[in-house]
Design a protein around this ligand. Structure first.
Ligand code: BF8
Length: 641
């Protein structure tokens, strides 16, 4: 097998991996090979660097040291390391949410003129959750109060974060009983750091319970605030067509890739890319126009609301530059490889950082300011236009692959799609599950990771689920993987879905795999699951649902936190690769089994996507049985490939 097809199943990516090999440009896969064998202590989670009596590591074979210098055992070390990962993931999502809330506040005070409040209906709904009266208030006044209320949730010292109360009553009661109802978003993250300082918490169960609380502060807090406030600003997504894969880059256009996470920046870039003055300049430079495309989660944000093309997912960020056709890659925060600078130096591509939180040495930094957002975005696009002249035509090689998709499935829009515009309801979805036409629902999310063949696990898993009549909800880089393979076209139902799911896709006109957005939009999955419970007939708690989650190619600490809040919300969740906890039998047993008795949800680690699907389907079937539902109507179909 040629190297490029071992690394990715995506043809466009294979072409660029091949080009990189020929031009001796190192990619993440090469750096992984250089790094092997990777540190076994790190993989098992059994090394501790939390104080300078160490670093300490426990001998996994039981022959060498079993206690750190301070006396911490392997359970404490593994649990503390896991808690720190959860804290970082929660911090990343939540800081994103804080930035959106801050921008909403500035906009409401007239200090961020370039933003407007597009979804007043959602603004009022969110005001309701914060118990803010809406009568007779101007939208700016209401926006200020909502922004202040959500910012208060970050710094709250006592009580409960507001959105956590949106979960079904039984779940809220359980969280209270277990003492894991998040108090304030920042407070829980800070407490993770305190507890893992030398000589504080060394009861692995106690440590992990706080991990669950912190993750809930992300899923039902920081991430949910990010999603809801972004909808207020930029509109709640509705179904929209788009295109995906490296073929969206165009030879005759100025290509700008927006990479990172926060739509506060990318929304302005979308607007600026249509500026008549810049379009005129682009023509003068010999280009036919300006082509703004997205990468990773910020791509998902602007795809969901504007249908902006998506160049690729996490492992394609280097490959986009390898096309030789990218004038500027503008980045903000999260999942941006430091390697981009090295690859860009082989081409004319300019990397431009915009966040004070994420600078790269030697890379042009143009700081993004909410108060002059459009001006900053315009200046970056202008740099791209100027850079077009420096493109070397003979080095341009753009893969032709681009796939159509439909995105834009917010939890709200699912109401309307299923129930019609005038009778918005989840009833048809619940009825389909109850009657056995649909087996259940799965959330398949998360990253790419060079340890797993690029996109392979996502696709194999999702195909297996939909052929078994499981409706799949997706976010993040996983969504991009399946979109590239055509699973998000409405006609994908005919080709890949089981008979029951196919009937629903046909009747409603949806693909069998629904794109719900970026990684902070995993909060949309929580809301959709809550709506199903509210609709009735499928139990009184999220843990009753015939539903499961998976992150088949995860790499980021954010994925751990997402997995934790899925589990803490009662959802069985499968991960590949395993979390770095296998060095402690006690922690692994707790995470992969005993959590079930506490919160209903728990993890499994499985690398074979077919087995992963089996685990999820078995869980879904078990839940169907517990609910006394009818057997599923159809046997899984044999898929034509
Ligand atoms: O936040 S799926 S690689 S881009 S971490 Fe990163 Fe993972 Fe992609 Fe979106 Ni989420």
């Amino acid at each position: 097998m040629k190297e490029e097809s071992k690394r990715s199943i995506d043809k466009a990516s294979q072409q660029m991996i091949d080009k990189a090999a020929k031009e001796k440009v190192k990619l993440s896969w090469d750096r992984l090979e250089d790094m092997e064998p990777q540190c076994g202590f790190g993989q098992l989670g059994i090394c501790c660097r939390n104080c300078t009596m160490g670093p300490c590591r426990i001998d996994p074979f039981g022959e060498g040291p079993q206690k750190a210098v301070c006396g911490a055992d392997v359970d404490t070390i593994v649990a503390r390391n896991l808690l720190r990962h959860i804290a970082v993931g929660a911090a990343a999502h939540s800081d994103h949410g804080r930035d959106v809330a801050h921008t909403l506040l500035l906009a409401s005070e007239g200090k961020a003129h370039d933003y407007e409040i597009k979804d007043v209906e959602k603004l009022k709904k969110i005001a309701g959750y914060y118990e803010i009266k809406t009568d007779g208030k101007k939208k700016e006044e209401l926006a200020r109060e909502v922004a202040e209320a959500s910012l208060a949730d970050f710094g709250r010292q006592e009580g409960e974060i507001k959105f956590a109360n949106r979960a079904p009553a039984k779940r809220v009661e359980l969280w209270r009983k277990l003492g894991i109802m998040p108090r304030g978003i920042d407070r829980e993250i800070v407490e993770c750091l305190h507890r893992t300082h030398m000589g504080v918490d060394n009861d692995y169960k106690n440590i992990l319970l706080h991990g669950l609380r912190t993750s809930l502060g992300d899923g039902w807090g920081g991430s949910m605030i990010a999603t809801e406030l972004q909808d207020i600003f930029f509109a709640t997504p509705e179904p929209i067509r788009g295109k995906v894969n490296l073929g969206v880059l165009k030879e005759d256009l100025v290509n700008i890739v927006v990479h990172g996470h926060e739509p506060i920046l990318s929304e302005m870039a979308v607007k600026a890319s249509q500026d008549p003055e810049l379009l005129e300049m682009a023509k003068k430079s010999g280009a036919k126009g300006i082509n703004l495309v997205g990468m990773c989660c910020t791509a998902n944000e602007i795809l969901m609301r504007h249908g902006v093309p998506v160049a690729g997912n996490f492992l394609q960020q280097e490959l986009a530059i390898m096309t030789g056709a990218v004038e500027v890659m503008m980045v903000d925060v999260q999942c941006i490889m430091p390697a981009l600078k090295d690859i860009a130096s082989c081409f004319h591509t300019q990397i431009i950082t915009t966040s004070p939180k994420a600078k790269f040495p030697g890379v042009t930094h143009i700081e993004f300011k909410e108060e002059k957002a459009y001006e900053v975005a315009k200046s970056i696009i202008k740099m791209a236009v100027d850079n077009f002249k420096k493109r070397k035509k003979e080095r341009v090689d753009i893969p032709k692959e681009e796939m159509d998709l439909v995105a834009g499935f917010s939890a709200e829009v699912i109401h309307h799609i299923l129930g019609g515009r005038f009778r918005a309801t989840y009833r048809p979805l619940n009825d389909a599950i109850i009657s056995g036409r649909l087996r259940g629902v799965a959330g398949v999310v998360g990253c790419n990771n060079p340890h797993v063949k690029h996109d392979w696990a996502h696709l194999e898993l999702v195909k297996e689920l939909i052929r078994s009549d499981v409706l799949v909800l997706q976010t993040g880089c996983s969504a991009i993987a399946c979109a590239k393979a055509g699973l998000m076209k409405p006609e994908a139902g005919f080709k890949y879905a089981g008979y029951g799911l196919r009937e629903i896709c046909e009747a409603v006109g949806i693909p069998p795999v629904l794109h719900l957005g970026s990684c902070v939009d995993n909060s949309r999955i929580l809301i959709a699951a809550t709506e199903i419970i509210k609709e009735g007939g499928l139990g009184d708690d999220l843990s009753c649902l015939p539903a499961a989650g998976a992150a088949p190619e995860w790499m980021s600490e954010k994925a751990i936190t997402i997995g934790m809040y899925f589990v803490a919300s009662g959802v069985f969740t499968v991960f590949n690769p395993p979390q770095p906890i296998l060095g402690s039998k006690n922690v692994s047993d707790l995470v992969c089994s005993k959590l079930k008795d506490l919160v209903g949800g728990y993890f499994a680690f499985e690398s074979n996507p077919k087995k992963m699907a089996k685990l999820m389907i078995n869980h879904i079937d078990k839940k169907r049985k517990e609910l006394n539902l009818k057997p599923v109507m159809y046997k899984p179909i044999i898929v034509k490939t």
